[in-house]
Design a protein around this ligand. Structure first.
Ligand code: PFF
Length: 468
């Protein structure tokens, strides 16, 4: 049986590998699909400021805690709590994390599948409407050819088509499983190292294109000018949930990734890189999407629904494709394909981490080999995904229960564990390996205060005020 010793579990080849994999986990649909519309509808830069506060004051300390638990124990979220305490309760917190991972992955693959399908839709749409091709056809057979291309494009954009949703979600899940079976450094690290630079390149090129278009300026001001009147308890709760989701916190993804981290690495520094990468890309995604939305409006596309801005799903899967079609020709197609590839890549580096959590649990706790564990767990989750594919209304429910509530709840309990059961001093001892003299730094005075008091109080207050 494999899977129980440290060498069998695998490890990162380099710190950069860990940072890119963790940043890959963090940067996902949350940054590109969810974050920009939240900023645009919930007060522009006012939301951004609250979001930054949640990220740095709550998210970052919890991220350090998760990675440290992972590295100390060298285990999956359930095994980690068992390894470093005799508590009967906290392994259940780990199990809750595994369950959240499974459930988030089940709907995440469906949305990722939509994005992936739309990349092809842009190609079919181009093939159906290109004047160049029409001229080449010289009128012969063009009508029926164009109709069949248009049919394929329409099929790919029908997010209500359960059968189509299921097929593409399956493709996405199989890709994720395949990467996970290759292991930590040869699978996860290699894939994310290739995809993250590509993702950043695409986003920057697209921002430059959109900001150079005349209609986009209004979006820039909506995005960057604060409307402080919109700040209320609901907004703060939303920003906190978004921060947890976006940083992949509260379900043990970073306990798992931390468990493959070398002792010589500096945990607070690595966590800072990951946090900055996540925030940076969310900020860039907003700078791309909010102006693109107003560019669409300047082209006559309706960007409102029921008196306010359209939802993120409508925005990404209706308004932006309409914009790409309006731009038309090969430029429109290239923009469309590139944008949806960007979304798919971001989603894939996140689904990898979502699947790795339950897979590492099965590898460690049931002594199953990685390949077998990845296929078993991945195909099991696919069954739930296919159900979601046929009933997309489940996405909202699952998202609310397992991300909006589930992740902050997990984060709260992780703070209690590190603050009061394992103790922050022990955690600092673990950090000391890659950060000699940490106990003499300001970080070692401030971080425990956040983990013991500020983070749990803020999370609890938010959770309770949301229910009231
Ligand atoms: N951080 C991902 C995103 O922003 O899309 C979602 C996610 C991935 C959440 C992994 C939790 C997780 F463990």
């Amino acid at each position: 049986m494999a899977g129980t010793t440290t060498t069998d579990r695998g490890s990162w080849n380099s710190k950069l590998g860990f940072v890119l994999a963790a940043a890959g986990s963090a940067v996902g649909l949350g940054n590109i699909w969810a974050f920009p519309t939240k900023v645009a509808t919930e007060g522009g830069a006012a939301y951004l400021l609250i979001y930054l506060l949640c990220t740095f004051a709550i998210g970052f300390p919890v991220m350090v805690a998760e990675i440290t638990i992972g590295r100390k124990s060298g285990k999956n979220p359930v095994g980690a709590f068992k390894a470093i305490s005799s508590s009967k309760f906290f392994p259940l917190v780990g199990l809750w994390g595994v369950i959240c991972g499974v459930m988030i992955l089940s709907f995440y693959t469906v949305v990722a599948g939509w994005a992936f399908g739309f990349a092809f839709e842009e190609i079919f749409y181009f093939l159906a409407s290109s004047e160049l091709l029409q001229n080449l056809f010289g009128g012969i057979g063009w009508e029926s050819y164009s109709a069949s291309m248009k049919g394929a494009a329409d099929w790919l954009t029908d997010t209500g088509n359960g059968f189509k949703n299921a097929i593409i979600a399956t493709v996405f899940m199989l890709g994720t499983i395949k990467i996970i079976t290759a292991g930590v450094s040869d699978g996860i690290e290699r894939a994310t190292k290739a995809m993250m630079p590509l993702l950043i390149g695409i986003i920057v090129v697209m921002i430059i294109y959109v900001l150079l278009q005349p209609g986009s300026a209004e979006g820039v001001s909506i995005y960057l000018l604060p409307d402080f009147s919109k700040i209320n308890a609901g907004l703060i709760f939303s920003a906190m949930g978004q921060a947890f989701f976006s940083l992949s916190l509260g379900m043990g993804a970073l306990i798992t990734y931390g468990s493959y981290l070398n002792k010589k690495e500096n945990i607070p520094q690595a966590a800072a890189f990951v946090t900055l990468a996540d925030v940076g890309i969310a900020f860039l995604a907003g700078l791309l999407i909010v102006p693109a939305m107003y560019l669409a409006q300047s082209q006559g596309i309706n960007i409102n629904a029921g008196g306010s801005l359209a939802s993120s799903t409508d925005l990404v899967f209706q308004i932006l494709p309409a914009l790409f079609h309006t731009i038309g020709g090969s430029v429109g197609m290239l923009l469309g394909v590139t944008f949806f590839l960007l979304l798919s890549i971001a989603a894939l580096t996140s689904t990898i981490s979502l699947l790795e959590v339950p897979v590492s649990y099965v590898i460690d706790e049931f002594e199953v080999q990685r390949k077998k564990a990845a296929w078993m767990v991945g195909l099991g989750i696919l069954v739930v995904s296919i159900t979601v594919a046929f009933f997309p209304a489940l996405i909202g429910w699952f998202d609310y229960l397992f991300s909006t509530i589930g992740l902050p709840l997990g984060g709260f309990l992780i703070c209690l564990f590190v603050g009061y059961v394992w103790k922050t001093d022990q955690a600092l001892n673990e950090m000391e390996y890659g950060f000699a003299g940490i106990k003499q730094t300001l970080f070692s005075k401030v971080w425990p205060v956040f983990i013991k008091y500020i983070c749990p109080a803020a999370i609890l207050y938010n959770l309770i005020s949301n229910f009231i």
